[in-house]
Write a protein that binds this ligand. Structure first.
Ligand code: ATP
Length: 232
């Protein structure tokens, strides 16, 4: 007898195509991820053990299924082994997260992404062999800390020592071409893109002349990019 309840169109096996992702755990993180994938045109098989959550997502994902992701038979019946990419978005129930990860690894899924709620949880997932372990709360906390302590509009950490920063240009680099402003030599960062009010984003070139009310995207070492965005 089937150990899951299926909402949506045809059999989930049909979803396991090139541009499809299975998302296991549809809490706030899993739901947000699944809906964003759908909005970007990727087919999504969503799996969660909670009936009201599954019902609330009926019609919003390609397929949404109530089932226990720690049950191998359930995952096989849902054709999960046929997916190339699976996200485990279960956090608080660490045992369920780890059991699900070990099943997916046994299936030989190529790309497994798993959410970790603590360093210990993440370490276990990595030791199991999960390729992409993500720490949403920790990473968001770090990101907001950088936004809070400076005038940056946005901050994306690319690695431990490199970031992309969205900010406004300081007076010293406004009104002259970027080549004359010598930003890389003076500040150790690169202005990569610019957006003028009412205009779309465009690449910055040596000829670009910034205005005070422009928004710019700056790439560089974290300390330098942060310091650059704090200049008045
Ligand atoms: P979020 O922060 O994303 O809201 P959370 O960390 O508060 O999530 P979790 O305990 O991680 O909550 O659960 C996320 C979702 O995973 C829940 O909707 C839960 O029903 C689902 N879930 C937990 N264990 C299983 C399981 N074994 N099988 C299927 N779904 C599960």
């Amino acid at each position: 007898m089937a150990k899951f309840k299926l909402f949506g169109g045809t059999n989930p096996a049909g979803v396991a195509s090139a541009d499809s992702v299975a998302v296991i755990g549809l809490g706030r993180f899993g739901q947000s991820l699944a809906l964003e994938l759908m909005a970007s045109g990727t087919e999504v098989l969503g799996i969660d053990g909670d009936e009201p959550i599954v019902q609330s997502l009926n019609g919003k994902l390609t397929h949404v299924v109530r089932g226990d992701a720690t049950n191998e038979e359930t995952l096989r019946q849902l054709s999960v082994p046929e997916f190339d990419r699976v996200v485990i978005a279960i956090g608080n129930d660490i045992e369920a997260s780890i059991l699900t990860a070990s099943l997916l690894l046994r299936f030989g899924i190529k790309q497994i992404w798993a959410k970790a709620v603590s360093d210990a949880h993440g370490t276990i997932l990595e030791q199991l062999g999960v390729q992409h372990v993500i720490y949403p709360e920790k990473d968001m906390g770090k990101r907001v800390a950088h936004l809070v302590r400076s005038s940056m509009q946005d901050y994306i950490e690319i690695s431990d020592d490199f970031a992309l920063v969205k900010t406004t240009p300081h007076a010293g680099i406004v009104g002259i071409p970027l080549s004359e402003a010598r930003i890389r030599a003076r500040f150790g960062v690169t202005v990569t893109a610019v957006k003028s009010v009412g205009q779309p984003w465009t690449y910055a070139t040596p000829e670009t002349v910034l205005r005070a009310d422009d928004t710019i995207l700056v790439a560089g070492q974290i300390r330098k990019a942060e310091a650059f965005s704090q200049l008045e």
